[in-house]
Design a protein around this ligand. Sequence first.
Ligand SMILES: Cc1cc2nc3c(=O)[nH]c(=O)nc-3n(C[C@H](O)[C@H](O)[C@H](O)COP(=O)(O)OP(=O)(O)OC[C@H]3O[C@@H](n4cnc5c(N)ncnc54)[C@H](O)[C@@H]3O)c2cc1C
Length: 319
Amino acid sequence: MHIRVIGAGVAGLTAALELAERGARVEVIDRGPHLGAAACSWCAGGMLAPWCERESADPTVAELGHRAIDWWLRRFPGTTRKGTLVIAQPRDVGELTHFARRTERFDWVDADQIADLEPDLQGRFHKGLFFADEAHLDPRSALTALAARLVELGVSLRFGVEAPTGDRDVDRTIDCRGFAAQGDLPDLRGVKGEMLLVKTREISLQRSVRLLHPRIPLYIVPRANGLFMIGATMIESSDRGRVTARSAVELLNGAYSVHPAFGEAEIIEFGADVRPAFPDNLPAIRECGRTIYFNGLYRHGFLLAPAFATQVADAVFHN
Ligand SMILES: Cc1cc2nc3c(=O)[nH]c(=O)nc-3n(C[C@H](O)[C@H](O)[C@H](O)COP(=O)(O)OP(=O)(O)OC[C@H]3O[C@@H](n4cnc5c(N)ncnc54)[C@H](O)[C@@H]3O)c2cc1C
């Protein structure tokens, strides 16, 4: 079975890996000049937070998403399972109650417990929610690890290659072009997300921290070497564009309110991309002739790609 995967974002690489692990002959092509160059996946925070996401997502996200943590732990040793800490400023403490009502699998934590979990937040927050079973990863390292594993398995991975128009030379095509597939999937819409990457040695965090706020909730995900990803806006727009001044100010203000050391942090990168989303905000696998479209990962790329990649491989091998 010869399979062509178009797109080396998280959808394409997870699908390619599931297929290659089951013995298919797989090739992956991507029009970007190198891994991540044109992929929304490169901008992601890398939170694997199935139970926090219940706040705004369908129950399916938690049901399928919690399996992703083991999937990533098996395939990317950099996956960190230390939970998610959700906090709010004293004036926004009602947001915590609201969040707690809509989510599951957490414990309430007080100021001492917050300080035990994250010593650098000592004395800054009085109340929070701790989702002990959640995890996070660095998407760029995770995608790099998947690509390396694919090469080990004999998969051909080529960049700077546009999807061909015909597919007669392969048995199946898996279309994982993300938002670029909108021409074939007219109900796909874009949800712009903006993020920034900062560096500071003045603060360390062990896990993802979410700051609740009535208008501008944000999260901070720690990475290696003093890097922190701060994200992310959610704007109904298909314009990749750049980060607006307003979003930059709001994200930075939010981070500064979590800890003033973020005020002294070095800005490494501003990033923006478009999350591909279907009307129900759930991913879908659609078959059209010999092509399988795997798309609509919305804000759950790393969380839901493993479960849907498994379904793609099932569809290929059982038809
Ligand atoms: C700021 C931000 C934060 C996020 N945080 C999280 C998070 O914490 N956790 C989480 O799970 N998800 C998160 N997401 C969502 C996640 O990033 C997306 O759901 C996911 O990246 C979508 O992956 P994809 O593989 O479908 O698309 P993409 O990553 O965009 O990959 C598509 C690939 O297809 C290639 N391509 C397109 N057209 C062609 C063509 N014609 N020929 C060849 N190649 C082509 C592109 O070059 C690209 O590499 C976040 C998103 C944003 C923007």
